[in-house]
Ligand binder design. Structure first.
Ligand code: SF4
Length: 302
């Protein structure tokens, strides 16, 4: 008797021809996110815990945290429902941390060491008389943490924001850790052109795991006709991977889990590259690859 193939969601468009799946040489969860999850799980065993923000921009992980009884609160709010609160891997300004401690909360901190490095770089630039500039997403928790102790700091998301910068003799520039390094360098060069009389001191704070994933994506682009990025819709570095692929003229999809794949999405593709942002667990990527194999894919790793 013929066995019915598993239903993988989406409309059935016809059996897709076989395609190749190529997995990026670097993908998925970084040490900073992994350590933050480990700390949250450990703390939750001995105390009721509220995470101040999204621990990671990944719905699968957030759901697991909820299943352990861990609550989510607002870093910029005024109360949490547990005495113990946790700063996420994205970090927070000293001012915010102090505010929670002064309100009587027991503050634990899972800030990634590479986010701390970005904080230290900006602080040392400001101490050296440089005007603080952060390249990144204005509303992102990490960027708000970086600028929180420096009320004058300006955030640059794109070229149009450069026009809003005041003329200063010295600019100290850092970047959100998950920005695309080539884009960051482009913005720094544009600043140098816009202010030829000023000194622009740039400290590269894009983290190595992000750079590794961006470089690994570059290796896939010339070989694939579709890139599947596994990651949350709120994950900056996952979205950056999607944008990089599209800028290079390669179709790209952002999915958070295997259930979002369908035959329709892979139909007619010859070679599909798979990568994942730094907040995505490898097990989640494995499930996506298995789902693609069920749709006719044959996997090879770079
Ligand atoms: S993406 Fe980079 S900075 Fe952010 S948690 Fe991971 S290693 Fe740390």
């Amino acid at each position: 008797m013929l066995k019915e193939p598993p239903f993988l969601g989406g409309d059935f468009v016809g059996q897709s021809k076989g395609f190749e799946i190529i997995i990026a040489s670097h993908y998925g969860m970084c040490f900073g996110v992994r350590d933050a999850i480990t700390l949250a799980e450990k703390r939750a065993k001995s105390a009721k815990l509220t995470i101040l923000g999204e621990l990671v921009h990944n719905e699968v992980v957030r759901e697991k945290m909820r299943s352990l009884g861990i609550r989510e609160g607002d870093l910029f709010g005024t109360r949490a429902s547990t005495r113990e609160v946790l700063v996420t891997a994205h970090g927070a300004s000293d001012q915010e941390k102090l505010r929670w401690e002064k309100m009587g909360y027991d503050l634990k901190d899972s800030t990634c060491p590479l986010v701390r490095k970005a904080h230290d770089s900006l602080a040392s630039l400001v101490a050296g008389g440089y005007f603080p500039v952060v390249i990144g997403k204005k509303e992102h928790a990490e960027v708000r943490g970086l600028t929180g102790d420096f009320p004058d700091a300006r955030v640059i998301e794109g070229m149009e924001d450069l026009k809003t910068l005041p003329i200063m003799p010295k600019y100290g520039v850092v970047s959100q850790t998950t920005q695309l390094i080539d884009r960051v360098r482009c913005l720094v060069s544009a600043m140098e052109e816009q202010f030829p009389e000023s000194e622009v001191c740039f400290r590269d704070t894009v983290c190595q795991p992000t750079k590794n994933r961006q470089r690994a994506l570059g290796e896939l682009l010339g070989k694939c006709d579709l890139i599947v990025v596994v990651g949350g819709q709120n994950s900056n570095n996952s979205r950056e991977l999607v944008k990089s692929a599209r800028r290079a003229g390669v179709d790209s999809l952002l999915i958070s889990q295997a259930g979002e794949l369908s035959r329709e999405k892979v139909c007619g593709r010859e070679r599909i590259g798979v990568t994942a942002g730094t907040s995505t667990q490898k097990a989640c990527v494995e499930k996506v690859v298995q789902a693609m194999e069920q749709l006719g894919g044959k996997c090879r790793r770079l």
